[in-house]
Design a protein around this ligand. Structure first.
Ligand code: CU
Length: 623
């Protein structure tokens, strides 16, 4: 060898060895530094520099706040609270006439599972649907405006917990009930539970043009509790699957009495077939709903036994399988749709319950996945590489496993007790496998104390590699039940409500602002603009309204500032009233002026340098 080259090689080798030694040496003494650099690398993954935006929206359940929480991912910054089932003074939701009517007098709701509208099995970003377990309602949020646009009450239900999930093209929004009750608001003692109480599934449709729900039909089922559901995809797109518990018909001490049977059921519904039955008139009218009864009309509903008291059931992105998470049995059970279809075709049933043929477990089950020591599986999400991710409530972890082989690939702790998890684009036919958020029920002492009740938490994991990486935990208001994560490119918001001169009660020209009296009704057709209210353009004081005590007053306010983010509020001092008008929006406030006196009106949403001057008076003359 050339001596010079030899020297160079020795030099490189020496330097490399020195470097290696120094690595080992420093690695031992500076473990803290290593953690610091690992933390720095995690921080860099989620830091969104000023001027840039998050890549995903996470639409998260606000639980019994009745609201939708909107987060940016990966930063996990909360962007917006959208009131859905609950009045919200910050936006005046539930105070203006339209949203007040939509809420139907309810002051709370229990929002569990958001579902984004789908086209061909992918989130299309147009609408988001929500269930209210507290007061039996379903709501739609328009994702152009992030405003709730319709709420429908569902008759015959007792807490539609197992919804909402949409079919592949949002043909139906399905809501199965959790608590059995007698139908039609009837009374029946709990002793008659098995014969008189019913489980019900509501199948609703949503007209995207009119932005309106319709209750297409309902299905009466045995008084089991329906916990969660999912819609089929691709080869299984005509089907809906739902988990049940309390097939024991327990009516008291459910924590013991509803956990007796080794197996409960997954119910399979063929909504295409049910649609035909409705079209053929095979239903009874029950409290305004078209009710299908499987005891009278067969061929659309089947049951498969499953490990006791399951929680989630989730359809794989390719639509070939449904996976039940055991909850009380520490395993995930993979079922094959094809096997179920074959058994149905052959008529191979072991039993019949309430007119529902029961399939043989062994005929439909493909695999049981039971990672050692992993306890309390609740919910399954997916990536784009054939893997499933299961939250484990009791052992506080996320387990990654391969759907085809059942092989457990990775396990990472969560902090603590995750219920659901949401993966990016996770409920679609094409999840993208980048991030997973575990929605935890407990945070213990992860955050600064705020007293005896601690915040709940969410864990963010990077799932893009073979192994999951836990990135961070963030606190969250109660109650994180479920979320869906959609890529930002699919959300197309508007910047202002379009100027629509034909819109009822709208006023666009300052000169047209006026007050009309009709008996004891006073209609104010007013304008909100930077930085004044105009109620009566021709009056000496255009920003004052005089009414008589006992008058019914309508403020129809149009915000004519057609500029992004120029929202005006409208509060009436001491009248407990406040609402808002977003740019280009017209809203109505209706109330009875039952208190005589002088009441200042002011803009509650900061709108300009002269916001403080944006005020007026309501003068109520005594009777
Ligand atoms: Cu203002």
């Amino acid at each position: 060898m050339n001596p010079t080259l030899k020297r160079v090689i020795f030099a490189i080798a020496g330097a490399a060895a020195g470097l290696l030694i120094s690595f080992i040496f420093f690695a031992d003494l500076n473990k803290g530094d290593q953690n610091a650099s690992a933390n720095q690398s995690k921080a860099e993954k989620v830091f969104v520099p000023y001027g840039e935006k998050d890549e995903y929206y996470m639409m998260a359940s606000g639980g019994h706040s009745g609201q939708l929480f909107v987060y940016g991912l990966p930063s996990m910054r909360k962007i917006r609270t959208v009131p859905v089932f609950t009045p919200d003074p910050a936006t005046g939701y539930g105070y203006d006439a339209k949203s007040k009517e939509m809420l139907g007098g309810y002051t709370w709701g229990d929002f569990h599972h958001p579902a984004i509208s789908e086209t061909a099995g992918d989130y299309d970003g147009q609408f988001l649907f929500a269930n209210d377990v507290g007061n039996n309602r379903v709501a739609a949020v328009d994702l152009e405006t992030f405003h709730t646009v319709d709420i429908m009450s569902l008759p015959n239900m007792g807490g539609p917990h197992a919804g909402v999930f949409v079919t592949e093209n949002t043909e139906y929004i399905a809501l199965p009930t959790r608590f059995a009750r007698p139908l039609d608001g009837q009374f029946a003692p709990l002793d008659d539970y098995e014969s008189e109480y019913k489980g019900v599934v509501s199948m609703t449709t949503f007209d995207r043009e009119a932005k309106k729900f319709d209750l297409a039909y309902q299905i009466v089922l045995p008084p089991w509790s329906y916990d969660l559901s999912d819609a089929g995809k691709k080869m299984s797109s005509d089907w809906i699957v739902m988990t049940t518990y309390n097939t024991e018909f327990a009516t008291t001490n459910l924590e013991i009495n509803a956990s007796q049977n080794d197996r409960d059921y997954i119910v399979l519904l063929n909504w295409k077939e049910l649609e035909k039955q409705v079209a053929a008139g095979n239903y009874k009218d029950v409290n305004g709903a078209k009710m299908i009864d499987p005891r009278e009309h067969k061929g659309a509903i089947y049951a498969v036994p499953v490990a006791k008291s399951p929680h989630g059931v989730d359809v794989t992105p390719d639509g070939t399988r449904f996976i039940a998470a055991g909850k009380l049995a520490p395993m995930m059970t993979v079922f094959s749709f094809q096997k179920a279809f074959d058994a149905i075709e052959k008529g191979e049933f072991t039993d019949e319950k309430y007119g529902i043929p029961v399939l043989n477990y062994e005929d439909v089950m493909e695999r049981e996945v039971d990672p050692p020591g992993a306890l309390g599986p609740l919910h399954t999400q997916f990536d784009d590489r054939g893997n499933a991710f299961n939250t484990m409530f009791i052992s506080s972890e996320v387990v990654k496993w391969n759907v085809d082989t059942g092989e457990v690939i990775d396990r990472q702790p969560s902090y603590f007790s995750p219920g659901h998890a949401a993966a990016t684009e996770g409920d679609t036919v094409s999840p993208d496998g980048k991030w997973l958020v575990a929605l935890n029920k407990i945070a213990k002492d992860n955050f600064l104390s705020v007293g005896p009740s601690h915040p709940e938490s969410m864990d963010l994991y990077d799932i893009s590699g073979d192994k999951m990486e836990h990135i961070m935990a963030v606190p969250v208001d109660p109650e994180p039940h479920y979320a869906q994560i959609i890529h930002r490119d699919k959300i197309k918001t508007i910047t202002v409500y379009p100027k629509d001169e034909a819109r009822p009660n709208s006023v666009w020209k300052q000169d047209d602002a006026r007050i009309e009296r009709n008996g004891n009704e006073v209609h104010v057709y007013g304008i909100a603009m930077r930085s004044r209210f105009i109620f009566d353009a021709k009056a000496d004081r255009p920003d004052a309204v005089t009414v008589k005590q006992g008058d019914r007053v309508f403020f129809h306010m149009t915000n004519i500032d057609l500029d992004q983010d120029i929202t005006h509020g409208f509060g009436i001092n001491e009248y407990d009233l406040n609402f808002e008008v977003q740019p280009g929006q017209t809203s109505t406030l209706e109330f009875v002026a039952d208190k005589a006196g002088v009441y200042p009106i002011y803009c509650t949403n900061f709108c300009s340098a002269l916001h403080q001057e944006m005020s007026g008076y309501l003068l109520v003359e005594p009777k």
